[in-house]
Design a protein around this ligand. Structure first.
Ligand code: SF4
Length: 437
């Protein structure tokens, strides 16, 4: 039996399930739980990741829901970098972090490549005085094509970045402009050429299916161009319209009556077509959002996050996870800096997960990989997911979205393409209807 196809229009709200429990359940009054957890030694055998948030962008894309700033001058940026380095110093003293080296590092934003070479060297060296990522297996750095000049790309390679992730989003000049994207189409090839010439172990391209103005013809050209460029991996997100985006505001103000992007069925079809083309070219589908090719195409940050690694976060509004406690830093620029400068940890809100919430979290996040070996969960949590999640697994199996073979749960391709929609069925009732952010 197959479920009725979901042909729903794109509406305002979050679609992508980035974490569990939902961020809106993390409490300011529980921020101390993160500090207390940081003060205790780590659980044995838990890998550590480091996330560094760079919140600056040249322009704010109309679909952006991140905490970004387009108006900071060089002295504000310098003060921010000092605060991040100081936060690293403070965190490195905690028992949960002291003496540990991150297995993987992720510079996200915002636009990390907005920083100059001088600022980047200052930041990398400053953090590493306190937390060395010597020996880290993966260092990812997010870039916006228009900010990549050859010396900067070479400096990033020289500083040890292994995985350069280029936010192409779309190859069409008009679509980039219509979505208020900062970079121009012609800057993509140039940036990609610099990245390839520099010899990074892995170059990833980000695309978005369903940007405003997207058409079947243009999307086909985007796929062809991606295949021609032959990156090591391709990440494709389906366009959503979270509440705090420019598009959502226009809809709320009545400037825009209906969402100016394709419906979900069309976006899923576009991602499915891209995956099929990439598979024909030798890529494998590593998750609901990623195609990859070759032994260099790792994504340890994603894998660590989804398998319960500790994640130390640095920077304004960034999200961390230490020993079963979720936390988020202060989410405004000046208050974040002032908190660090006053000598206090900039943790704004936190949530202590129960064992069952940890199980739900890792299970639903790993479903996004397209396959889950439930024996690993039984070993780790002492609970068999096939019993714990018997109801939703049966429902999605009956609907044709997944199959169960022994201890293995496998998503069908059309299930994988809408996996975020399916995950809510694994939540307890109190988390099904809550606002995600
Ligand atoms: S480049 Fe990324 S972080 Fe910056 S405004 Fe656009 S979507 Fe947001």
């Amino acid at each position: 039996m197959t479920a009725e196809p979901d042909t729903s229009a794109t509406k305002t709200g979050n679609y992508f399930v980035a974490n569990y429990p939902p961020f809106s359940t993390w409490r300011v009054e529980d921020a101390h739980l993160a500090t207390e957890r940081l003060a205790r030694p780590p659980a044995a055998g838990t890998p550590l990741g480091l996330y560094v948030h760079i919140p600056f962008c040249r322009k704010r894309c109309d679909f952006c829901y991140f905490r970004v700033y387009t108006d900071k001058n060089s002295s504000a940026i310098a003060r921010y970098l000092d605060a991040v380095i100081e936060e690293a110093r403070m965190q490195a003293e905690h028992a949960a972090i002291a003496g540990r080296k991150p297995d993987f590092v992720y510079f996200g934003g915002g636009t990390p490549s907005y920083l100059s070479v001088k600022q980047l060297r200052y930041l990398f060296e400053g953090i590493q005085r306190h937390i060395s990522w010597d020996g880290a297996r993966e260092i990812t750095f997010e870039c916006e094509p228009g900010t990549l000049q050859e010396p900067k790309v070479n400096a990033l390679k020289d500083m040890g970045v292994t995985r350069l992730s280029i936010g192409v989003e779309n190859f069409d000049a008009d679509i980039l402009e219509r979505n208020n994207r900062a970079h121009r189409a012609k800057e993509i090839d140039r940036a990609y050429g610099f990245a390839r010439a520099a010899g990074f172990r892995q170059v990833n391209i980000d695309l978005i299916a369903g940007m405003m103005g997207e058409t079947d013809d243009n999307w086909r050209r985007c796929i062809e161009r991606t295949v021609e460029l032959a990156p090591d991996s391709v990440t494709i997100y389906q366009m959503e319209i979270p509440f705090n985006t420019t598009v959502a505001r226009r809809m709320k103000d009545g400037e825009q009556k209906v969402a100016p992007v394709a419906d979900w069925a069309t976006k899923r079809r576009w991602v499915g077509e891209a995956f099929a083309a990439l598979e024909r070219d030798g890529y494998y589908i590593g998750s609901a959002y990623t195609a990859a090719r070759g032994e260099n195409a790792t994504f340890l940050y994603r894998d660590g996050l989804w398998h319960g690694a500790d994640m130390l976060c640095l920077g304004v509004a960034s999200f961390g996870h230490i020993g079963g406690v979720h936390y988020q830093n202060v989410h405004d620029f000046d208050p974040y800096i002032e908190r660090v400068e006053s000598g206090a940890a900039p943790i704004h809100r936190a949530l202590q997960l129960t064992d069952d919430q940890r199980l739900i979290r890792e299970f639903i996040l790993q479903l996004k990989l397209g396959r889950v070996d439930t024996r690993a969960f039984t070993e780790k949590f002492g609970v068999d997911p096939l019993e714990r999640f018997a109801g939703p697994l049966r429902k999605h199996a009956d609907d044709g979205f997944l199959s169960i073979d022994g201890a293995r749960v496998e998503l069908a391709r059309h299930g994988l393409l809408q996996v975020d929609r399916l995950l809510h069925d694994f939540f307890p009732d109190e988390h099904r209807k809550v606002r995600y952010a």
